[in-house]
Design a protein. Sequence first.
Length: 331
Amino acid sequence: MMNVRTLAERIAANVEQVIVGKSREVRLVLVALLCRGHVLIEDVPGVGKTVLAKAIARSIGSSFKRIQFTPDLLPSDITGVNVFNQQTSRFEFRPGPVVANIVLADEINRATPKTQSALLEAMEEGQVTVDGVTYPLPEPFVVLATENPIEYEGTFPLPEAQLDRFLIRISLGYPSRRGEIEMLSRQHFEHPLDRIGQVATLDELRSAQLAVRQVYVDDLLKEYVVSLVEATRRHEDVYLGAGPRGSLALYNAARAWAAMQGRDYVIPDDVKELAEATLAHRIIVSPAARMRNVDARTIVRELVQTIPVPGARPIGTGESTTRRRLPFGGA
């Protein structure tokens, strides 16, 4: 798994020439790339959401398309349309911007639900269907969607079915004071994005994706993943918990995270590290809990602290509090 770790560090170092002080968030996007998953970047304007997507695409030398979501955007503006060719007297398919390795869906919640749904088939099955004909999308295919969680005027909240198709949700947040000063210095003459180049190939990424699938997960850790997801369904502050796709998301993300650390096996800390990013956006908090300012992230953090790791139990005699180590490295 050292090849996966080396590749991830190379891409992350390249992206961090542009994105200052957001190392963890950059690596979470790389987790999605390694899992063939999609990312929802939820944050206020001006913190680097679009720049992050462009930097990732340039780092791996992939095709990149940007879709600016607006209320008048139509589904065919995303998927493509059949155009009649008078010379051949036949209809020809003109692919839309969704046909690319990395697609930036900018301000996705500003489009109508009908237009938002145009991405559902693409995100889940890697294909689009136009006039009854199905067209495969290039591999890898990753959607990086952005939305502003503050300004709701003129927006259409993403339905749960679409939120569930995002492997990970992240929030960049404002940079630190030192990071913002460094950003000013880096952009004194030109934007750093203009200087970064390709540091990996799509073939290397595909090989890393295959390697992630070989990461070992102990049965006890599978139980732990399912226990966390089941706990979201029973929590008193949750109206609707995470579904089975949430279990798969956490399971696959933990494998990618382990590979990025150079390991070919998952430990409990990998699951804990990825739980909030993969599960929080799949949870609907009850109205009563929202009145108390309880949010989904808080609930997931609480569950991570309270749900025990299966197989971890005390050993020894007397007052010893030593805990036996699990076979896969957990505590």
